[in-house]
Design a protein around this ligand. Structure first.
Ligand code: ADP
Length: 497
């Protein structure tokens, strides 16, 4: 009798494997970091072999350490760092180079060219995305422009492309399946989110041979079986979604208007907007959440590049703290920041500003400014950026969000969560299970094999750890937020290209 779902969570800095039981509880967890490669400033790469080896290792280890044989695994769910781009040889499975990681700005010149050519509006209409090196499409253009030989081989059908989900499925099936789920496809900038098909127009615009593309599949349902040599028996792969979409599913945001925000290195807020792909007028992305059978769910997404990373910078760059967890007490030891604002625009600003030339600033400093004020301003910046995105979402959707579900490493900070509720004037709900990304992949996989019956059954599993309710007045909140907006104004367009 199969009793567990194995979720593979292939993240940017580490690979995790988590076993969930029928109640959605974690019964085993393994994690392994792998090397980050920075060939030049702004370029980030991973070795595909490291991605695979670390992911397969943790999968084997979690089974071994939990003493759970492969026979007890009902299905595998996969969730992954999105947009990261891998090319490999069809014949040998050998990668043709390193994976170009989502953070890489390697294709910024190509993006500039597309903008200059006036493609912005058309790309938005088709994909719901803005032109940015973040997405896979221009990374591929860059690779093919580097090597005419690679292009020739790709045109001959010798080369395959995939995001990380696609590469993992290829490896897990011993090269039998070349697929990607629709949520990952929607992040490539090559996918028509209305037609739910690869777009010939975009492929031509970006100069990409269509022979390299994977088949697009649902996010839930059996799409492959693992090579029996790997786990001693074939296990169905029945759930795949990009990490943020999986977290949205894991947070049970099943109804239009429900939203979650993940507080990790960056912040990613996604709101379920139902079965119609509405485009944003306020700097958000429209993306595919998941598709199950013929039922598709679209989301609005606000991507903030620097959130928890600002706290890492306090630790490693400024060296004013030793551990991220110290920030809670330091921030709470002062009544406010004494007028200090910190805008962590280290790599420009994402949603809703999309200003690659913005840079970080601290303003409002006086002789009275202390370390505590500064640390507090850094935490507050995470909440303010989230407010920027939530306001945009409220405007786009016409829905005023009453409750925000949260997850990610920085949500353990109670000061931050309370300040967030104050600044949003919205309730902030933190669930018991923080591994919502892996949980979402497990839910998709479990639904795909009938381990769970339907989404309604899953809805009952969401359990609250703590709710944070607005505790300051609207006036106070608005006054503070107005200061943030003034500070952001001053950070924009700083770097002159
Ligand atoms: P990721 O998956 O992006 O690596 P995690 O969800 O593991 O991120 O969260 C780690 C991030 O959260 C780090 O950037 C770290 O600085 C931040 N963080 C962790 N604990 C706290 C805390 N108590 N207060 C504020 N930030 C924190």
């Amino acid at each position: 009798m199969a009793e567990y779902i194995l979720a593979l969570d292939q993240g940017t800095t580490s690979s995790r494997a988590i076993l969930f039981d029928h109640d959605g509880r974690i019964v085993g967890k393994e994690q392994q970091e792998f090397p980050q490669i920075y060939p030049q400033p702004g370029h980030v790469e991973h070795r595909p072999e490291d991605i695979w080896n670390s992911q397969f290792d943790v999968a084997l280890n979690v089974l071994k350490r939990s003493r759970i044989p492969a026979e007890k695994i009902a299905a595998i769910g996969i969730t992954n760092q999105r947009e990261t781009t891998i090319l490999w040889e069809k014949e040998t499975g050998k990668p043709v180079g390193n994976a170009i990681v989502w953070q890489s700005r390697i294709s910024s010149g190509i993006c500039q060219r597309l903008e200059n050519a006036g493609y912005e509006q058309r790309i938005r209409e088709l994909t719901g995305l803005v032109i940015d090196p973040y997405f896979s499409g221009t990374k591929l253009t860059w690779l093919f422009e580097q090597s005419p030989d690679l292009r020739r081989r790709a045109q001959n059908g010798e080369i395959l492309f995939g995001t990380v989900d696609s590469y993992l499925v290829w490896k897990l099936t011993g090269g039998k399946r070349h697929i990607t789920d629709i949520s990952n496809a929607s992040r490539t900038m090559l996918f028509d989110i209305h037609q739910q098909k690869w777009s010939p127009e975009l492929l031509e615009m970006l100069g990409i041979p269509e022979q390299i593309l994977p088949e697009v599949v649902d996010s839930s349902g059996v799409v492959a079986q693992t090579d029996p040599a790997l786990f001693g028996r074939a296990i169905p792969i029945s759930g795949i979604a990009g990490d943020q979409q999986a977290a949205t599913f894991g947070q049970i945001c099943f109804e239009p208007g429900m939203a979650k925000n993940t507080y990790g290195t960056g912040c990613f807020m996604l709101m379920n907007i139902g079965s119609q792909p509405r485009l944003s007028n306020n700097g958000l992305l429209t993306t595919i959440g998941w598709r199950i059978g013929s039922e598709i769910v679209y989301c609005l997404e606000g991507a903030i590049f620097i959130a928890g990373a600002a706290i890492q910078w306090l630790r490693d760059g400024l060296q004013v703290i030793a551990h991220a967890s110290e920030t809670e007490e330091l921030a709470a030891s002062v009544p406010d920041t004494d007028g200090v604002y910190f805008v962590p625009a280290f790599v420009g600003l994402g949603a809703p500003y999309w200003d690659a030339e913005a840079r970080g600033l601290a303003i409002g400093l006086t002789r009275g400014t202390t370390r505590e004020h500064f640390v507090r301003a850094a935490l507050e910046s995470i909440a303010y950026q989230t407010r920027d995105v939530l306001d945009a979402m409220n405007r786009d959707s016409g829905i005023r969000l009453e409750r925000l579900r949260v997850d990610g490493g920085a949500t353990s900070n109670n000061f931050l969560m309370q300040f967030q509720a104050d600044i949003l004037q919205t309730e902030v709900y933190r669930p018991v299970i923080q591994e919502t990304t892996a949980l979402g992949a497990a839910y998709l996989a479990g639904l795909g094999v009938g381990f769970w019956n339907d989404q309604n059954e899953l809805s009952h599993k969401w359990a609250l750890d703590q709710a944070f309710r607005p505790a300051c007045s609207v006036d106070q909140s608005e006054k503070k937020y107005a200061g943030w907006r003034r500070a952001v104004e001053r950070s924009l367009q700083w770097e002159q290209s």
